[in-house]
Design a binder for this molecule. Structure first.
Ligand code: FE
Ligand code: FE
Ligand code: ZN
Length: 293
């Protein structure tokens, strides 16, 4: 099972610390932000202890494409309203792909963004235009994975149809893939409990070969709620059995699964959640022992 979680990336050990944290939860994949998720302040890659991180991953037999990078939330390539937001999306995305390449990773997860005060079609058209404008400046061999979104506020990328529209209009489709977030698609109205049905719909619109990363999260809200609040595995409306079925589904066996479930009273739940997903046995009392209601 290729499974890991969002891990921190901070001084003094930076990416080396991220790998150590992932190994402490017995992970075979991991996801990090190259700085704070909320802002675009970034340190030079040379300071991030990448060589040591790569050596440690290789020592544990974890390939570099199991290290996923997530772009910060404030990057919004669908915004056509504020010129400074449009400019930040352009400059940051170019630099970020070069950082991902320098780290040696392959996948950069990106929220497609929000149309703000316009409308979904304008947001989607802006997204296509923005991404195509970057072609030629992005680092090669880095695949930008557009994430499926929950539909809160004015988000785009909330259906496979919308993602298909974007992906089919990009001048270099090989540079793009999709990150499927189980909490987000639940909140957007898909039935994760019928994951094979979800994969069929995905395959029909986008193609399963485009699915590069799965975010494995439970949801605090019912299907279709358009909220985006993650819950610990087995404690939400999707439930343990459905999320375990995603984790062991043969059709996505080679796709890294990344947990972005909430910490419980200051403790990361990932080691326990991963063990439960690997054994297939839900032990809610172990999460409750951390202080979960
Ligand atoms: Fe995300
Ligand atoms: Fe996610
Ligand atoms: Zn989310």
């Amino acid at each position: 099972m290729i499974i890991g979680s969002h891990v921190s990336m901070s001084a003094p050990e930076f990416v080396l610390g991220s790998v150590k944290e992932a190994l402490s939860y017995h992970e075979t994949a991991l996801m990090l932000y190259t700085g704070a998720p909320q802002n675009t302040k970034r340190k030079p890659v040379e300071e991030l202890r990448v060589e040591e991180a790569r050596a440690l991953l290789s020592e544990h037999g974890i390939p570099m494409d199991h290290l996923i990078v997530h772009a910060p939330y404030i990057i919004n390539p669908a915004n056509s309203v504020k010129p400074e937001v449009m400019e930040l999306a352009r400059t940051f995305l170019i630099e970020e792909t070069h950082r991902v390449k320098a780290i040696g990773a392959s996948f950069l997860v990106l929220h497609p963004g929000s149309y703000t005060t316009t409308d979904p079609d304008t947001g989607i058209a802006t997204e296509i235009c923005q991404l195509n404008e970057l072609e030629g400046e992005l680092a090669d061999h880095v695949v930008i994975c557009l994430e499926t979104m929950a539909g809160k506020g004015s988000e785009i990328g909330t259906s496979f149809e919308q993602l298909e529209t974007i992906l089919s209009s990009l001048t270099n489709p090989d540079r793009y893939g999709v990150c499927l977030d189980t909490c987000h698609i639940n909140d957007a109205g898909y039935d994760v409990r019928d994951f094979d049905g979800v994969l069929d719909a995905f395959d029909e619109r986008i193609g399963l070969n485009k699915l590069k990363v799965i975010h494995l999260n439970d949801s605090k809200n019912p299907k279709g709620a358009r909220k985006d609040r993650h819950e610990n595995i087995g404690f939400g409306t999707i439930g343990f059995d459905a999320l375990h079925a995603v984790a062991v589904n043969k059709r996505v066996e080679a796709v890294p699964k990344i947990l972005e479930t909430p910490w419980v009273k200051g403790t990361a739940p990932y080691g326990i959640e991963i063990e439960m997903l690997e054994t297939g046995v839900f032990e809610p009392e172990r999460i409750k022992a951390l202080g979960h209601e």
